[in-house]
Design a binder for this molecule. Sequence first.
Ligand code: ZN
Length: 146
Amino acid sequence: MGQIKPNQGRLQTGEHILAKIIEDKFPGSRVIIVSFDEEKGRLDVSSPIDLRGVSLEELEKETDEIINKGLEVKKTIFKREEVEKEFNLSKIPENVKEIRIVDIVGFDKRPCKDPHVNNTKEIGYFKIIKVERKGKDRYRFEFEVR
Ligand SMILES: [Zn+2]
C-alpha cells in the first residue's frame, strides 16, 4: 500500500460521503473512478442527469453535516463470498479474495482498500471546488481538504 500521506484518510473518507450523497440525490448516478493528490481529490461519476447544474454549495453543506456528526468509520475485512451479494465488486479483480469494507456507521458502506480516518470529524475542512463534464454522462467533481 506504500506510505500513508497525511491528508489521504481525510480526502478518501470525504469522497465516500460525497459519493453517497450524489448517488442518493441523483438516481442512476454511480462512481466510476476516484483519484487523489496531496490535498485534492477527483470523483468521476456517471449519471443520466446533467450534474453541472447541481448546487455545489448545497452538496458541500450536506457533506459537512455528515462530517460534523462525528460518525465512526469502521474498516472490516470479509471473505469475498460473504459480501459479493451486498456490494458491486466488479471493479475488484477476481483473484482478490479478501474484501475490506469501509463502514461510515449509519450512513454508508462500500468496499475500499485505501486509508480512511476513524471518525468523520477528523475530515474537518472539506471543499468542493468544481464539477466538469468529462464525456457523455460523465462528470468530475474536484474537492480538497486543508
Ligand atoms: Zn475509500
